[in-house]
Design a protein around this ligand. Structure first.
Ligand code: FES
Length: 179
């Protein structure tokens, strides 16, 4: 997945900072990966390359470790993160159908991010709101009784929000250019 504008610099500075504060020994590899992921939200390939160079651990070993533990995320999270609960209560009332509806609407599978990096989709275990099943967490908001029709409403609201944000950014850029 392509890096966003300015992301390369952000990755370089983040990894450099984390490496400078670590012993750079092989046994520190997991804490290094954890810290980089905490700062960037995922582990970009570029970050793993720099970590490999900085620690002397081969790129294949760094990548192998990152893929072995499911705490590490190799795909960037979307600007909007959608988490569909597939705990027992949600699954029993169609959580899997809700997930499929999002997959169809976003044209990605769970665990993936759209190519424009606006949306990511994942399945989660019980989020503690079983009475509202099937439950979806959109960014930090819990949405209950999410039927396929509601999926369309959620996606539309997110798209409208994105459009408004983009309009605002375009306007700010225009104002900046005029000054
Ligand atoms: S099973 Fe989905 S909120 Fe509990």
């Amino acid at each position: 997945m392509q890096l966003k504008e300015g992301e390369k610099e952000q990755i370089l500075s983040c990894v450099k900072d984390v490496l400078n504060k670590s012993s750079k020994k092989r046994e520190d590899l997991i804490p290094i990966l954890q810290k980089v992921q905490a700062k960037l939200g995922y582990l970009p390939a570029l970050a793993m390359e720099i970590i490999s160079e900085g620690t002397g651990v081969s790129g294949a070993d760094v990548y192998g470790l990152a893929t072995f533990y499911n705490q590490f995320r190799l795909i960037p999270p979307g600007d909007h993160q959608i988490k569909v609960c597939l705990g027992t209560a949600c699954y029993m009332v169609g959580g899997d159908i809700t997930l499929e509806s999002f997959e169809r609407r976003m044209e990605i599978k769970e665990g993936e991010t759209t190519s424009d990096r606006r949306y990511s989709l994942e399945r989660v275990a019980c989020v503690g709101c079983c009475t509202m099943a099937p439950v979806v967490v959109v960014d930090d908001e819990v949405e209950g009784k999410v039927t396929p029709t509601r999926v369309d409403g959620i996606m539309l609201a997110l798209k409208n929000g994105n459009d408004q944000t983009k309009d605002k950014q375009d306007q700010e850029q225009e104002d900046g250019e005029q000054q």
